[in-house]
Design a protein around this ligand. Structure first.
Ligand SMILES: Nc1nc2c(c(=O)[nH]1)N=C([C@H](O)[C@H](O)COP(=O)(O)OP(=O)(O)OP(=O)(O)O)CN2
Ligand SMILES: [Zn+2]
Length: 125
């Protein structure tokens, strides 16, 4: 199997509901998100997927959250914008597009969201 990973960053505000502690108050993070793809076959150029194409898929998903209060945006008006839920959100948004683009040749293996340099969550299926 082959894997390809691309990293992107965004800066946003959030707060945690049903949480007791400083993170129940609005605050911000310089988030980092890593999307890793996997697949068994390469294209004619010997690529699982061009990094450029993965960045192109990730960009609008990231830009939607950048410099926003994440709690105000669907689906985070209902579910908490924890690193775990953000990782799942990025997984689902990118996987749907990539499966379509590559006719199933490439899928998202996992997605990792860093809130700080030392705290991160990963989602995979
Ligand atoms: N499992 C999770 N735990 C926490 C999350 C989360 O998304 N998943 N989020 C938070 C808060 O958003 C908080 O901003 C980040 O917490 P923390 O790593 O504690 O951040 P600090 O930089 O303040 O770390 P210190 O070590 O306390 O300085 C909380 N938990
Ligand atoms: Zn936080």
């Amino acid at each position: 199997m082959y894997e390809v990973t691309v990293e992107a960053g965004f800066s946003s505000g959030h707060y945690l509901r049903n949480y007791k502690g400083k993170c129940e108050n609005p605050h911000g993070h310089n988030y980092k998100v890593l999307v890793t793809l996997q697949g068994a076959t390469l294209d004619h150029a010997g690529l699982l997927l061009d990094f450029k194409d993965l960045k192109h898929v990730m960009r609008p998903v990231v830009d939607r959250l950048d410099h926003q209060m994440i709690n105000d945006l669907e689906p985070f008006t209902e579910i908490n914008p924890s690193a775990e839920n953000l990782a799942r959100y990025f997984f689902e948004e990118t996987n749907r597009q990539l499966a379509e683009m590559t006719k199933g040749r490439v899928r998202v293996k996992d997605c990792t969201v860093y809130e700080t340099d030392t705290s991160f969550a990963k989602y995979y299926e």
